[in-house]
Design a protein around this ligand. Sequence first.
Ligand SMILES: [Zn+2]
Length: 93
Amino acid sequence: MCVGCRQRSEATDLVRVAVREDDGPPELVVDGTRTMPGRGAWLHPRRDCVSAAVRRKAFGSALRVPGLTVDPDDLAEAIGGITEGNGRNGRNR
Ligand SMILES: [Zn+2]
């Protein structure tokens, strides 16, 4: 399920994000390989889903990291190839 729009989607349509906690504060990273350990959250690679998830602090609750701060622009950039609006991401095979 997408943490932005809360709609179910095929995993192939979603991007996995996870939290990396090394030394510093917890940091949200895009899990391009989908194999990072720990809790992950899934969302559409769409700007409106990114901003909805950030606005609602959905990452903090989905990943059980209260107070996790996420910059929507940074995240959108990290996801890459993000689409504006409601279009499909165009990367389906
Ligand atoms: Zn979504």
